[in-house]
Structures are given as C-alpha cells and as structure tokens.
Write a new protein. Structure first.
Length: 406
C-alpha cells in the first residue's frame, strides 16, 4: 500500500448486480451508498452493487482484483512465506482533518486486503505531532486507534495492527509512546523498526545486550512473536537522515544475530533496505554463520564432557588400570626395535642351560685338566639361538669315547 491510487467511479452495466468480491475488472474496496442525507460506506465485499452506488477502487500495480489477492495468499502458503502489508508511508492520525480520514481508510483497506491473503500483520505509521504537544497528540491518536480497533473487530479482521517506531523527533512514535498506546487500547502491537529506533535514540543499538533489552521491553505486548524491520541508517542528533544498505550505516546486524542465536525468540525481520533482496540474504548468511559457530562449540564441549566422564568411570570401576597405562609406552617402544627386544628375552633361558652344564661338569673336569680346549669352542656356539644346547650334549658323548682308547 506504499504507492496506491484511489479512484471513485460509478459502476459499469456489467458490474451492477454483482459483488465486489466476484468482479475481475477492478479491486473495489468500498461501496458508497446514499441513505437519506448521509453516505453509507459499505466494506462488505459480498454486498450487491446497485446502479446508484459509487465504487471506490484501488490501483496499486500489485493485483487487479480480489481473486489475485487470494492467489497470492495461496502461493505464500505453498512457498512457506508469511505475508503482511504496510500502509502508505505518509499518515496523519493527529490532525483530525481530511488527511486523517484518508489515513484511516487506508488502514481499513489494508486490513481487508491482508485478510484476503491470510496475512498476519498490517503495519502503519501514525504521523507528525504538528502543532500539538506530545500529550495532546497522543490523546487524539488514542481515540482514533480505539475507533479503528472497533471497526477491526466488527469486520472480523484476523490480522494484527502493528504501530511502527519512527526515526525522527517530530514524528509521533517513540517506543515509550507506542507502548503507552498499547496499554490504553486493546489490539495494536508494537512493530520495532531497528533503524528508526537506533536513529531516534542517537545510535543506541551497539551490542547484543542492547537488542535483547529492546525485545524485553516489548515482550508482553507481542504474544511471544516479534515483528520487526531492519536496514542501515544514517542519522544525526536523534533524527534519521536516510535509510541505507546495511553495510553503509552504523547499525550492524551481527550483534542482533548473536542475540537471536543466544535467545532464539520467535521473530520476523523484514528487510527495509534500499537493497531489499540483497540485504535480506546478507542478514540470513550472517545469522547462519553465527548459528553454525555456536553449534560447533556446543558439539566440541559435549565431546569433551563425554571423554571426561569415560575417564572418571574407568578410574572408579577398574582401579588397576593406572598400572596398564605405563605398559603402553613399553609396547610402543620396542616396535621400532623388535630384534633387540627379542634377544634379551632369549638370552635368559640360554643363560640358565649353561649353568646346568657347569653343575654336571665338575665330576668330569678334575681328571682331564689338559682338555680345557673344548670349553672355548662351546662358548661361541652359545651365541646362536638353538645350537648351543646341542653342542653341549655332543661334547659329553665324545669325551668318554676317547678315554678308553688311550
């Protein structure tokens, strides 16, 4: 509804007898019908058009008729896209003049169109203070919003009416004013435009804690589901100068993304940047990057805790395990020197066998003293793994055979 033309005209012949909801030619939002000296404004889209009626149609370039709005809603559901609508940017709910009347009409029509699409939110600004004090302006606005919400309920509009924060000091819509309005009137909810709020509060949003505090202030008014806008912004002395792409302003998205990852609130963030699609994807990339880092940290910490628990269980259940731990280096060390490790093991049994030979030898050795020469021959044979034992036996057999010949 940002750019829309309102046309008043008499009905065509083929339109008489039909309802606005059935027409394919135009998007008819109201039927004006004379009732005595008063004009009756009918917003029931099933009302039959009469010849003397005046039709109010909208030309926005968005859709041609109510059927196309219904199709948009169906497409949104199929693509998992939640739809909403923004009223014209320039609104005036304070002056109570002709412009105020048009502004209220625009909000009515936005509610009807959003309902046809099965959208969830109609967002609007309120307008300038004008010549009124802040208190007087708030009083008028409260009365107008109260009447709007009564019409909302009478026409069974399911979408919510959101009041957006403003970015300039002369425009009604500080967060305090909006929350005060929501306290006074049942129905409207605050819509946080982060760029507007940041500019109006002299660049307040710097850290993730700043964003968390802002959401906390509006929490009880939104029924657990926040609706917000984000863009870059240039500002000075509490006034927004212009909306910019995110990378060009001093309002950074990273702190907001960190807060979202940490608190995980139910929130919709609308890109209101001059680079609509680009910055929408840019915000998505930043959010997913920060979310991935958190998930990776959580995975690593869980693995660390699991390892600690396993070690503690090992110590409690099996006390001798500490003895097995020093044995690991013993096994690993000889892997590089397997032959060296085997020799000392084989040497132990070989050392025992020659001892047994020496014990038996004293009975034979005292007689043949000159035959000490065969003993050195047996020593080099002991270096081999298996032959030294056989060599010792063969010496015993030869010595008794030689003696009788002498």
């Amino acid at each position: 509804m940002v750019r829309v033309n309102v046309i008043e005209r008499y009905p065509d012949e083929e339109e008489i007898g039909q309802a606005p909801l059935d027409l394919q030619s135009d998007l008819i939002v109201e039927i004006v019908r004379k009732k005595g000296k008063k004009d009756l404004r009918i917003t029931d889209l099933k009302e039959i058009i009469k010849e003397e009626d005046t039709l109010i149609t909208l030309s926005s370039g968005l859709v041609q008729n109510w059927h196309e709005l219904k199709d948009l809603g169906r497409m949104g559901k199929e693509l998992d896209v939640e739809l909403s609508m923004h009223t014209p940017y320039y609104m005036d709910l304070t002056s109570n003049n002709e412009l105020t009347k048009k502004s209220i009409d625009s909000i009515h029509w936005s509610g009807m169109m959003t309902s046809q699409m099965e959208g969830k939110m109609v967002t609007t600004h309120i307008g300038l203070y004008g010549n009124l004090s802040k208190k007087a302006a708030t009083e008028r606005i409260t009365i107008n919003i109260q009447e709007l919400m009564e019409w909302w309920r009478e026409n069974k509009i399911p979408a919510r009416l959101g009041i957006e924060t403003s970015g300039r000091q002369e425009v009604w819509g500080s967060l305090d004013e909006i929350l005060e309005l929501c306290d006074a009137v049942d129905g409207p909810v605050p819509v946080i435009n982060f760029a507007h709020y940041h500019a109006r509060e002299n660049g307040l949003l710097r850290s993730s804690a700043d964003f968390a505090d802002l959401l906390e202030r509006t929490k009880k008014y939104v029924d657990g589901s926040y609706y917000t806008h984000f863009s870059g912004v240039e500002h000075e002395a509490g006034n927004e100068k212009r909306v910019t792409p995110i990378k060009k302003g001093d309002l950074r998205f990273e702190p907001l993304a960190e807060m979202l990852v940490e608190l995980n609130p139910a929130i919709t963030i609308i890109s209101s940047s001059p680079l609509l699609e680009h910055d929408a994807m840019y915000m998505k990339v930043i959010y997913e990057r920060i979310l991935t880092k958190k998930v990776m940290k959580g995975t690593k910490s869980k693995k660390g805790e699991g390892e600690d628990e396993e070690e503690e269980m090992d110590e409690e259940e099996e006390e001798p395990r500490p003895k097995a731990k020093p044995s690991k280096p013993k096994v690993e060390a000889p892997k590089a020197e397997k032959p060296k490790a085997e020799k000392p093991k084989m040497a132990k049994p070989k050392a025992e066998k020659p001892k047994a030979v020496k014990k038996k030898a004293p009975a034979v050795k005292p007689k043949p003293k000159p035959q000490a020469k065969p003993a050195p021959k047996a020593k080099p044979k002991a270096k081999k793994p298996s032959k030294p034992v056989k060599a010792a036996k063969s010496v015993k057999m030869k010595t008794p055979a030689k003696r009788p010949k002498k």
